[in-house]
Write a protein that binds this ligand. Sequence first.
Ligand code: RIB
Length: 311
Amino acid sequence: MKKILVVSSANMDMVLNVNSVPVAGQTVIDNGSYSYVPGGKGANSALAFARLGGKCTFVTRVGMDQTGDELVDLYRKEGIDTCYLKRATDAKTGLATIFVEGSGQNRIIVFPGANQKITPDQIDQAIAEAKPDALFLQFEINHDAILYATRVAREAKIPIFIDAGAITPDFPLDKLPELELFSPNESEALTICGISPDSEEKCLEASRAISKLIKAKHIVLKLGSRGAYIYNGSSGELIPTLPIKPVDTTAAGDAFTAALTLKYLECGSIREACAYAHVAGTITVTRKGASSSIPTRDEVEAFIVEMKKKK
Ligand code: RIB
């Protein structure tokens, strides 16, 4: 069983299912629905690792509030190691407000709160004691924690996988050590290199530009319904995903990159891992919410069996 250390975010999501989002200055009355669902890019990925058959240690920080209690309870019930998860006395648990439109597309605003308080001692202890096979990160936490975790992992020769979720233009990419995988979605690729990967040609252009900023063995661009583009340092390949009508795309990227990482660690083939991750992502978009939509290994495998029967 592969051991993955996730150093990343935990949020409670307030999800509003709406017909349309307001423009500035507009008030919209919408009789859609709303709910509170555990989320956070890091937690979604940690849950994906645990449900897909990995052993996941989750380093994050939540507040001393009731929301923090609920999140920690969930992680423990799901078999995630929370030994190095700490509570912050001076910050609230992270909160995301998510608008989901009828098309399944979402818009997210995150109040990071305690996610900005991850400390080096949490990371040091987790790496020394959990002895992970891989470190997995996103950008929804304090930047110094990301840089620290990558430095310590590099020294310990632990491969580093980064999902570029929530990256901002001020992140010092040149301070990252060599990565095993770097995976941005379309808007994150645009933020990083100024190129929107909206055609295969642009995917290659964007990947080349990103590879000048980040040393990574594999760059995988997540392209939503178009699939994913795998770049190996010289050329690239578009791996289409499965055609499906999305219900809610929230957490699909988190589930995809976690499934990609885990399968890659298990089989060593980024192409094979990508096909598997597409199935995990596809199942995720057919369900509402973040943590509530991430499939188990059995569900992914059953889906693959059904796909083969239809061929
Ligand atoms: O990627 C989806 C996640 O982004 C949500 O669960 C929300 O918490 C934000 O972090």
